[in-house]
Design a protein around this ligand. Structure first.
Ligand SMILES: Nc1ncnc2c1ncn2[C@@H]1O[C@H](COP(=O)(O)OP(=O)(O)O)[C@@H](O)[C@H]1O
Ligand SMILES: [Mg+2]
Length: 230
């Protein structure tokens, strides 16, 4: 695995603001830093700006003011051609899954490994194992269009974690599954965290956060951070 210097902040925002087009600022004065290996729930009511903040963190959007540092690089100073390499260190679970419709569940999850040139024998070993773990052993060859929302969500999670990213960002990753599967998915994120991945999970499921209350919390209220435990 990649070596990380001790004490590095995986991501750091200073005085960040974000507006969409000419609209009002939906995020204001956001400042926090997440140490390598930390595990945070990103909480706050619907519309507070959780998804927008995650977009800034996976470089899906640029802030309209302030500074974003990712893996100790100032994003505003980073050349465009250098960004894909930074993005490959991030696993993202999108709220709308963003699976490739023409690929099977197995091939969707295998994609990050194949892009990286992992041996096919390894792919064929690890991908079915992980899909089995999230309860999809019987759906390896299923196309996304034949899967339920909760099943697609689990494929999306498997794809985000399979490559053991340095940073995992998940937007409401348990929004479509039953409680016992939500618990299992949270345990999967915890296992990944033990292997060194920094985790941020956006959720408005207070019950789930309470059950995993040993993790830290980054709380958004009206577009700004009202509480961060570092
Ligand atoms: N693509 C967009 N264009 C314009 N406004 C947006 C867009 N996405 C989100 N917003 C607005 O930004 C605010 C925060 O939304 P969002 O980040 O989705 O919050 P949350 O994920 O906490 O529900 C809301 O007022 C929402 O309407
Ligand atoms: Mg959201």
């Amino acid at each position: 695995m990649r070596r990380r210097p001790r004490g590095e902040h995986i991501i750091r925002l200073d005085g960040v603001g974000l507006r969409y087009g000419l609209g009002p600022e939906v995020l204001q004065d956001i400042s926090f830093a997440l140490p390598a290996g930390s595990f945070h729930f990103l909480t706050g009511p619907s519309g507070a700006g959780k998804s927008s903040l995650l977009r800034l963190m996976y470089l899906g959007l640029r802030p309209t003011r302030g500074r974003v540092m990712l893996f100790d690089r100032d994003i505003a100073q980073t050349k465009r051609y250098e960004l894909p390499a930074l993005r490959r260190r991030i696993g993202v679970v999108f709220q709308d899954f963003r699976l490739l419709d023409h690929l099977s569940a197995l091939d969707n999850v295998a994609l990050p490994l194949r892009v990286r040139g992992v041996k096919e024998s390894e792919v064929q070993k690890h991908v079915p194992e992980l899909l089995g773990w999230v309860g999809l052993a019987d759906h390896l060859n299923a196309k996304p269009s034949t899967l339920s929302g909760g099943q697609k969500q689990r494929v999306a999670i498997a794809r985000a974690v399979i490559g053991r990213p340095d940073l995992l960002l998940a937007d409401e990753p348990t929004g479509n599954v039953d409680d016992h599967i939500a618990m299992r998915l949270l345990h999967l994120f915890e296992e990944l965290n033990k292997l060194g991945t920094t985790i941020v999970i956006a959720t408005h499921n207070e019950g789930l956060v309470q059950r995993f209350a040993h993790h830290k919390r980054l709380h958004l209220e009206h577009g700004t951070v009202s509480k961060v435990e570092e």
